[in-house]
Design a protein around this ligand. Structure first.
Ligand code: NDP
Ligand code: 2IT
Length: 453
């Protein structure tokens, strides 16, 4: 670590104690920026990075609501409005019991760089609540969403801050949140993305993050004159990102063999087919069941429960060429990374946000595999949210083909920019440096232009 980074990190830790995920996200970016900051003393003088790690605004609020039994429940809601230098705050909402300020600050910080890479005018934000939708009825989820939006509606708007989904927030929750916003404001605006297709949503938005992560992997492979066809792929998670990652992998002729949820994972040596994926989509999106059901349904597949005390995740210990972590942060630790490399994995495209620990990332970089960090590889979701905002502003809807082409071209451009930037700054093939530097430069230059605000 350079003296500048260690000094910065000491200050970040002192000022933001008990936020380890935020420290991790800042450290990874700061380590990439040494060369840029050396070449641009004006950024240091203007304290650009120091300003970027301080949210422009944090809103934290009480969400009281009644469950079906009539018992009063109290949750904590948040919106972290991190940076608006290049556009309105944009980023998802996460409903999960693990949600706290540090996790949302890490996500909002990552979002700033990711959104800058998309080529679209979006600043960065993230929000959510420690509410757990699991096991709740639709009417409980609706009452929670309505209570949450009663407060959030004061702080967002189509030109101010445009939330979307993330873990635990999908089509159902976006509907309830949008409905309450519309009622409170008496305005039908594009204040959220991921909306239903009959009320302002964009085609391909549900698919976009997973499709984008696969397009990114395919672009990385092209640099070695290879393709995804025929490759065995490990995928974690079984939610929005994992489902559409598997769908696109199948359509490109690759063979996805794993899926997981917070209780365990399945390994299907024959490969997950379109029919099996349809079962998973119904299981997860309609019946809201557990991935263990997959192994009950399809002979030849094996379910392994997750052992939270174990020092590694056996999902990452199978022979494969590619890995698409698509569940949550820090799901690949150093031991998992070593297992992946030993098993022959040489493409990692992060569908999730920060799924690899710093130690795991360093192993991938040292091994010089094709490693696409989340802020580049999973940017297709928010990019398509940007396309939804554009369609809402114009009051038109593009076709599937139009939106998918735009998504593909955005992912191709992000790949090119990260690749080119990594070369320009002396670390060719290091997409971590490429993404961090390219994202930083766009936001930093905008902040310089706009003065001390
Ligand atoms: P979903 O809620 O649809 O699915 C999340 C999946 O990950 C579920 O299978 C869930 O299992 C599993 N999971 C969640 N938390 C944990 C945990 N602590 N340990 C183990 N498994 C866990 O979310 P998404 O698919 O939307 O999000 C997945 C990842 O992708 C997140 O990191 C998110 O930030 C990122 N992302 C999402 C985008 C989007 O457009 N949705 C865009 C870019 C990134 P279970 O059902 O048991 O909870
Ligand atoms: O992490 C992410 O990029 C998302 N959850 C999507 C954000 C968005 O605004 O579409």
């Amino acid at each position: 670590m350079s003296p500048y980074v260690s000094e910065l990190m000491a200050a970040v830790k002192a000022k933001n104690p008990a936020e380890p995920e935020f420290h991790q996200a800042v450290q990874e970016v700061a380590e990439s920026l040494t060369a840029v900051l050396d070449q641009h003393p004006e950024f240091r003088e203007a304290k650009i990075l120091e300003r970027m790690i301080e949210p422009e605004r944090v809103i934290m609020f009480r969400v009281p609501w009644r469950d079906d039994a009539g018992t009063l429940q109290v949750n904590r809601g948040f919106r972290v409005q991190m940076n608006s230098a290049i556009g309105p705050y944009k980023g998802g909402l996460r409903f999960h019991p693990s949600v706290n300020l540090g996790i949302l600050k890490f996500l909002a910080f990552e979002q700033v760089f990711k959104n800058a890479l998309t080529t679209l005018p979006m600043g960065g934000g993230k929000g959510g609540a420690d509410f757990d939708p699991k096991g709740r009825t639709d009417s409980e989820v609706m009452r929670f969403c309505q209570g949450f939006m009663c407060e959030l509606s004061r702080h967002i708007g189509p030109d101010t801050d445009v939330p979307a989904g993330d873990i635990g927030v999908g089509a159902r929750e976006i509907g309830f949140l949008f409905g309450m916003y519309k009622k409170l404001k008496n305005e039908f605006t594009g204040v959220m993305t991921g909306k239903g297709l009959t009320w302002g949503g964009s085609v391909i938005r549900p698919e976009a993050t997973g499709y984008g992560a696969v397009y990114f992997a395919s672009e990385m492979l092209k640099t070695r004159k290879e393709e995804l066809k025929g490759k065995t792929c490990l995928v974690s998670g079984s939610g929005n990102v994992a489902q559409y990652t598997v769908q696109k992998l199948i359509s490109m002729g690759a063979k996805p063999v794993t899926l997981s949820d917070s209780a365990g994972y399945i390994f299907d040596t024959a490969g997950i087919t379109s029919e099996k994926l349809a079962f998973v989509m119904d299981l997860k999106n309609v019946r809201r069941g557990r991935i263990s059901d997959y192994a009950n349904k399809f002979t030849g597949s094996v379910y392994t429960p997750l052992d939270r005390k174990a020092d590694h995740n056996p999902l990452w210990d199978h022979k494969a060429e590619c890995a698409f972590p698509s569940a949550t942060q820090n799901e690949i630790n150093e031991r998992d990374a070593a297992n992946l490399l030993r098993n022959g994995v040489y493409v990692v495209s992060e569908g999730a946000n920060m799924p690899s620990t710093i130690g795991a990332v360093n192993q991938f970089l040292d091994a010089k595999i094709l490693f696409g960090p989340g802020k580049a590889a999973n940017a297709g979701g928010v990019a398509t949210s940007g396309l939804e905002m554009a369609q809402n502003s114009m009051r038109i809807s593009w076709t599937r083909e139009e939106v998918d082409n735009r998504l593909f071209n955005i992912m191709k451009t992000i790949h090119e920019v990260c690749h080119r930037t990594s070369e320009k700054y002396g670390t060719p093939g290091n997409y971590v440096n490429g993404a961090n530097i390219a994202g930083f430069l766009k936001v930093a230059n905008a902040m310089m232009d706009q003065g001390v605000v």
